[in-house]
Design a protein. Structure first.
Length: 386
């Protein structure tokens, strides 16, 4: 058993934010959490104990990111391999991400097949933090394409449906435009365990609401690349905000969505149905911020990832930054931002009995942040990430 004693800070647990706490780890799991650092000091003399002065900083559950396109100079579309996935995960770990869905931007069926197989192999190989794959497109709307390449878009034919519903080692998430599929196809996907999310869609409110009723449980980067809320045409945004159960990913970087729009959305729906996502590109964790996306050069200008025409192309955001921005820009309490970065996305993925909170029985995944909410260390399965 390994014991961590945290003092002089803030330790976020499901029931309270503790100022001092003792965490006891067995294997890769949390065995016990006790308030205070004196609890059990002498009761377990054989334990490997470590006392950490947080100096006003934070211990939060490890972040769970459902949208990671790349990192460390690697784009998943270009590196559908175990090594590529491992490099992406390693680039995000220093920023507190302890679980991630590696994300494939719209591509051809053969690339999608390679990506799915690579994630299976990477999970078998034990790549730290990998929990599945997010296939974003290619069944999306050309009218709301964003940076996606429309030449790669296609219908959800029987071949693609069979590929996406094949049993896999990890979670499979699919972003699609509901106006391009039938409710029977949505049912086939969800019956097979695929997590279906609305994104890059020009659907009407009615079409989006019908798709949610048919089994769609997510909305990919709310507000971005979807029909907006207009007073006589509420669109996808209106359907998402009106619904109280669907999970909405949000990119809190000050570029993708105005802060006021996010604050309004947060007031309109339960907070436990929002998830912070990075939508990170290869520039995260990389020295060279420029990269290629399917033949197009993408540059980071003033913190924004943009193509030559100024179109946003994912983000240069990490999850610690998303938490910090949620506190500083949206006035959320840090513990609420932590839940949106960890607890709620874990619940969306159906992994809340395994991770997403600092609680007995769950994985010993946590991140240390300074009092300024800057990353200062990540632990995956109770082991400090290199």
């Amino acid at each position: 058993m390994t014991t961590f004693r945290f003092r002089n800070g803030h330790i976020v647990t499901p029931d309270a934010v503790l100022t001092d706490a003792t965490l006891r780890i067995e294997g890769d799991r949390i065995a016990r959490i006790e308030a205070g650092i004196e609890a059990g000091v002498d009761s377990d003399p054989a334990s490997d104990a470590e006392t950490v002065d947080l100096d006003g900083g934070w211990i939060m559950p490890g972040f769970v990111d459902t949208q990671v396109n790349g990192g460390g100079g690697v784009l998943f579309n270009d590196a559908t391999t175990v090594e590529g996935i491992a490099a992406i995960g390693a680039a995000h770990a220093p920023f507190g991400t302890t679980a991630f869905m590696v994300t494939l931007i719209s591509d051809t069926p053969d690339v999608i097949a390679r990506a799915l197989d690579a994630v299976d192999a990477a999970i078998d190989a034990g790549v730290p933090g990998l929990v599945g794959i997010h296939v974003e497109g290619p069944v999306i709307s050309a009218a709301r394409k964003g940076i996606h390449d429309p030449t790669r878009f296609q219908d959800l034919d029987d071949e693609l449906l069979a590929l996406l519903t094949r049993p896999r080692r990890g979670k499979v998430m699919l972003t699609l435009a509901p106006e391009r599929v039938t409710t029977a196809q949505i049912a086939a996907l969800t019956t097979a365990g695929v997590l279906v999310s609305i994104g890059h869609s020009d659907a009407s409110y009615d079409v989006a609401a019908t798709a949610i009723a048919a089994g769609i449980t997510g909305v990919t980067h709310l507000f971005n690349a979807m029909s907006p809320l207009v007073h006589r045409a509420p669109g996808v945004v209106g359907a998402a905000i009106d619904d109280q159960g669907v999970y909405c990913g949000i990119i809190v970087d000050g570029f993708h969505v105005d802060d006021a729009a996010l604050r309004i959305a947060l007031r309109a729906r339960p907070h436990d149905r929002f998830m912070l996502v990075s939508d990170a590109m290869p520039c995260v964790g990389a020295v060279d911020k420029a990269f290629m996306l399917q033949g197009r050069e993408i540059r980071v200008e003033g913190g924004r990832c943009v193509g030559a025409d100024g179109t946003l192309a994912g983000s240069d955001l990490d999850m610690a930054g998303a938490v910090r921005n949620s506190v500083e820009r949206l006035a959320l309490p840090p513990e609420k931002a932590a839940a949106m970065a960890a607890t709620y996305p874990a619940a969306f993925l159906g992994l809340d009995r395994d991770r997403g909170a600092l609680a007995p029985g769950l994985r010993a995944d946590w991140v240390r942040l300074t009092r300024e909410l800057q990353p200062a260390g990540t632990w995956i399965g109770g082991i400090a990430s290199a």
